[in-house]
Design a protein. Structure first.
Length: 369
């Protein structure tokens, strides 16, 4: 025959959960308990409280009774809520919507309920939260590197611009994404651009553009790809600037052309959130036949310059001789001195005997020894 009185022993680290006909009735604390059960409708589940988590199939009944409010923490999360659980000061788990129970008898338990509708989780201990149990299924890790900005879009709307750091995005709440934009100076090569000058000379040009993103939100939302947009605008600026000049002006004023193109490109890309730091023309490549023609032109120009210099020197020499002749003609003594200088030079280089009288050299005899 079944006993109508039941003896239940509960240890210090245990609690007894009493159910009568599947209705939660009471909590038994450490000690020996005698329970009246004449109809055998009583069920007692003795559970350990050393484990913080209450793992029981009737947790909803237990939570509704509120009999554990002094020894346990009941967490009931709605669809838009998540919870971060700390046990003894350490992040233990991240909880999804649902009902949870945690014993607080032997552990210091803290539960932080978070509204996930904002999509972004930003906090000082984000690294520990992302490494906690259950976090990988509920949070997407986002890292914004130094020198970058992170644009947070939630359901297609810009919500925030994130500084460098680590963040979490709640999964399953909204369509959220972070677009990372580099803010450091970048270099764009504009190579192999075939263009025609004002004098109908076709050439190939290579340029380099140094730029940085001034307004990341405008750069991302104003155009589909700001890098391609900058490349296109640089092409247009180069074609406009080169097409207005003939080849000689382009080759002779390369730096001035680059400065003009730089100013034109700055004005074009300011509307898409970019800032041009500098634009430089790296190479100007002429076709083969144009190179030969340019070499011939250069050679002819140099030859003409050499001939002009020679003629100038000859003219100056002749002018000097004419002036000397005029001076000698009007001054016989100076003419005589000049003759003596010439004789001295000749005597140094040849074995000559020179007889000089009172008259000029033309009136005397020069005898070879």
């Amino acid at each position: 025959m079944w006993a109508i009185v039941r003896r239940i022993k509960v240890r210090e680290y245990e609690r007894g959960l009493v159910f009568r006909e599947n209705v939660f009735e009471d909590v038994l604390h450490p000690g020996v308990h005698w329970l009246w059960d004449p109809l055998l409708r009583l069920r007692v589940d003795v559970v350990s409280v050393r484990d913080s988590w209450i793992d029981h199939g009737e947790l909803e009944l237990i939570a509704r009774s509120r009999r554990l409010r002094h020894e346990a923490r009941i967490v009931d999360l709605k669809d838009h809520e998540r919870a971060i659980v700390r046990i003894d000061g350490r992040v233990e788990a991240v909880l999804k919507p649902g009902l949870y129970g945690l014993w607080t008898v032997f552990r210091d338990v803290a539960v932080e309920v978070v509204d996930a509708r904002g999509a972004l989780l930003e906090r000082a201990d984000i690294t520990a939260v992302l490494a906690a149990r259950g976090a990988s299924a509920l949070l997407e890790t986002v890292e914004v590197e130094a020198g970058h900005a992170g644009l947070l879009f939630v359901n297609g709307r810009h919500e925030a611009t994130l500084a460098p750091g680590v963040y979490g995005l709640w999964r399953g709440v909204a369509r959220a994404k972070v677009v990372t934009v580099e803010l450091r100076e970048q270099v764009l090569d504009v190579t192999g651009q075939e263009m025609m000058t004002a004098d109908k000379v076709t050439l190939r040009l290579n340029a380099v553009v140094t730029f940085k993103v001034r307004d990341p939100l405008v750069a991302v939302t104003a155009v589909e790809d700001y890098g391609q947009a900058l490349y296109r605008e640089a092409q247009l600026a180069l074609r406009a600037g080169i097409g207005e000049r003939d080849l000689d002006a382009l080759l002779g004023e390369k730096d001035a052309v680059a400065r003009e193109l730089d100013e034109a490109l700055r004005a074009r890309v300011a509307a898409i959130g970019l800032e041009v730091v500098s634009l430089g023309i790296r190479d100007i490549i002429l076709p083969g036949e144009m190179k030969e023609l340019m070499n011939k032109v250069t050679e002819a120009r140099k030859a003409a310059e050499a001939a002009l210099i020679t003629r100038r020197e000859e003219t100056a020499a002749m002018r000097s001789q004419a002036n000397t002749a005029k001076i000698l003609e009007t001054n016989p003594v100076l003419m005589r001195l000049r003759e003596l200088e010439v004789l001295e030079k000749v005597a140094d280089k040849a074995n000559l005997s020179v007889v000089v009288g009172e008259g000029g050299l033309a009136d005397r005899v020069v005898k070879l020894l």
